[in-house]
Design a protein around this ligand. Structure first.
Ligand code: FAD
Length: 324
């Protein structure tokens, strides 16, 4: 029985979290002596579907219908369930994204499967199907085991290294069209909140907090982010005070991210903030208070006034860019 990947697309293209989940699914299929297949729901180009073959997907079931042009969690879940039933897949893998988080529990409930969310390790199928994931807002790691044979896994974004595993892929038509019951909510319009780099997918994030003193000072944060090709983020109070848009708020009650580089400027490092960013690979902290808790988990720290440090950092990066 193949492992099934739900390959979600964003405006017709596959993004990094899908390739992470595909790599995970491929590695898992290998340990189980089977292969990886995928289901794609909603409009997507043929050459995008072919890309999945680079990440070990040998068959992809394409499900398109005008009523699936925007994301409807019930219908997308029903499409994944139908494909799992048609292909006899008991193990379903997807990304721990908004769509994955909305689809996975529905699929697990309908298939009577164990839902594993936000996993960071390859499931050990020979040993009670145990996996690891972060718990206690990222302060601990828990190990989970399931006695069931049906499992639905969401892979934590930036939690599993993307690797290419090229195979020949065949593109097939999936056998699902939504019933009226499946379409219980329809998005009439999609307005992009920001034109910049997407926060959940960014490799580099420049984030700032209350140390900025006011929204009028964010120009340097945006300039630094622009130079680094980074997304911008912020602490909760700065979003609550209206200094920054809410979609930038990271932490326990905001978005949880794990970029390669997280630069925290004028943020104290409260536990609720760290809950959303502590999985970042490299953390740089700029803070004038040497006792700020953020320094405890920083890989690099600059103790200094951000209004001096950040402009100098920008200057140095510009020099390097001009020289290269
Ligand atoms: P502050 O704590 O005020 O820190 C500002 C920092 O800037 C200080 O460390 C200071 O030394 C430094 N600074 C000041 N001036 C300068 C300067 N000129 N140069 C350099 N450094 C300077 N917070 C989140 O961020 N995300 C969440 O998801 C979240 N969820 C929460 C959920 C709950 C239930 C609760 C109770 C709280 C939550 N919080 C969350 C709030 C959290 O507890 C902190 O209050 C918040 O993170 C602090 O934001 P801050 O670091 O920007 O501000």
């Amino acid at each position: 029985m193949p492992v099934l990947l739900f390959a979600e697309n964003a405006q017709g293209t596959f993004r990094k979290p899908v390739f992470e989940a595909a790599t995970y699914g491929y590695d898992l299929a290998k340990t189980l002596g089977t292969h990886l297949i995928a289901v794609s729901v909603g409009p997507v180009k043929e050459d995008e579907l072919e890309k999945l073959g680079n990440y070990g997907v040998s068959e992809v079931y394409k499900i398109e219908d005008a009523r699936l042009n925007s994301f409807v969690n019930t219908a997308f879940a029903a499409a994944v369930i139908k494909t799992a039933q048609d292909t006899g897949s008991d193990i379903i893998v997807m990304s721990q994204t908004y769509h994955g988080r909305a689809v996975a529990p529905r699929v697990a409930a309908r298939l009577d499967a164990t839902p594993y969310s936000g996993v960071i390790s390859l499931a050990d199928a020979a040993n009670g199907f145990d996996v690891r994931r972060f718990s206690y807002s990222g302060k601990g790691v828990e190990e989970l085991k399931s006695a069931r044979s049906k499992i639905v896994i969401t892979v934590k974004t930036n939690g599993y290294k993307v690797e290419e595993n090229p195979v020949t892929i065949s593109i097939r038509s999936g056998n699902y069209s939504p019933s009226n019951d499946d379409i219980d909510l329809v998005a009439r319009e999609l307005v992009k909140a920001s034109e910049g780099v997407s926060l959940t997918e960014a490799e580099v994030v420049v984030s700032a907090g209350r140390g900025m003193k006011g929204p009028e000072n964010w120009g340097m944060i945006e300039e630094l982010a622009g130079l680094l090709g980074a997304a911008t983020a912020c602490s909760k109070p700065t979003a609550d005070m209206g200094w920054r848009p809410h979609h930038e708020h990271v932490g326990q009650t905001g978005i949880q991210i794990a970029p390669n580089l997280y630069i925290a400027i004028g943020i104290s490092g409260a536990i609720q903030h760290l809950a959303g960013v502590s999985s970042s690979k490299n953390i740089v902290v700029i803070n004038k208070d040497s006792e700020a808790p953020f320094f405890k988990i920083a890989d690099y720290g600059v103790i200094g006034d951000l209004f001096e440090v950040v402009p100098r950092l920008i200057e140095e990066i510009k020099k390097i860019k001009i020289a290269s």
